[in-house]
Write a protein that binds this ligand. Structure first.
Ligand SMILES: Nc1ncnc2c1ncn2[C@@H]1O[C@H](COP(=O)(O)OP(=O)(O)OP(=O)(O)O)[C@@H](O)[C@H]1O
Ligand SMILES: [Mg+2]
Length: 229
């Protein structure tokens, strides 16, 4: 379970200060799906970075199962991220010189998994996203939707508890976008993941059980169950 309390993030550049997050309180139960929406610059990616332990808040705490990501050591945070949190970005962020299989294997290196097992698990993860025939292709030899599937396999190969996605379909055409969303929803259900998804796509938000809207660093949560008649 995530429990965010009074999370604020200020970015300072020279004399200018940006208040990207202003006192956010949020609870996300295990296995829940939360969609985050809001205008550009509202603080969506910043919030996801706090939840993913990629950056620390200026104030407040970000507890995952009672551990405050804001105050543990950098080494512990890196370890916790490698074990528990899978992250997918809009720009895929694959390593261009590595094959699909090698890209997926990179997630297992910090966990000390032996090379033979790494190869096997990466191949399995790629099969599970429908890319079993593309193990030795490098990113330029894959379509956009296929590259995002590699990124999804890389996020999930370590069997994380948490999956975070920042506009994962933002660079894809409509048909591919639907395929990727269906894949992510299926994986969320199948693995019982805690799934936090940033998206501009209102058709996705309409289907989501819970939607958080963030504007000028402030968050409002709508529990959509109560609107189902
Ligand atoms: N590293 C940084 N240094 C300074 N300001 C930053 C930094 N990262 C983000 N910001 C500022 O913080 C605010 C929130 O940015 P954020 O990236 O979280 O927005 P967003 O909701 O994800 O927007 P988008 O929909 O365009 O991705 C913006 O005003 C942005 O300019
Ligand atoms: Mg963003």
């Amino acid at each position: 379970m995530y429990k965010l309390t009074g999370v604020s993030k200020r970015y300072t550049r020279g004399k200018e200060t940006v208040e990207a997050l202003r006192g956010i309180d949020l609870v996300i139960e295990d296995g829940d799906q939360l969609v985050i929406q809001g205008p550009t610059g509202g603080g969506k990616s910043t919030l996801l970075q706090m939840i993913g332990g990629l950056d620390r808040p200026t104030e407040g705490s970000v507890q995952l199962d009672g551990v405050d990501l804001a105050s543990i050591s950098e080494a512990r945070l890196t370890r916790l991220r490698a074990e528990k949190i899978g992250i997918i970005f809009q720009a895929f962020n694959l390593i261009p010189t590595l094959t699909a299989q090698e890209n997926v294997e990179t997630a297992l290196v910090p966990l000390g998994v032996k090379p033979a097992e790494r190869r096997e698990r990466a191949a399995e993860a790629l099969r599970s996203v429908g890319l079993g025939e593309r193990l030795s292709h490098v990113p330029t030899e894959l379509s956009g939707g296929q590259q995002q599937r590699v990124a999804i396999a890389r996020a999930l190969v370590k069997k994380p508890r948490v999956l975070l996605a920042d506009e994962p379909t933002g660079n894809l055409d409509e048909g591919t976008r639907d395929d990727i969303m269906a894949l992510l929803e299926g994986l969320w259900r199948e693995h019982g993941l805690t799934f936090v998804l940033v998206t501009h796509d209102s058709s996705i938000a309409r289907r989501a059980p819970r939607v958080a809207t963030i504007k000028a660093g402030q968050l409002t949560v709508t529990d959509q169950d109560q609107y189902v008649s």
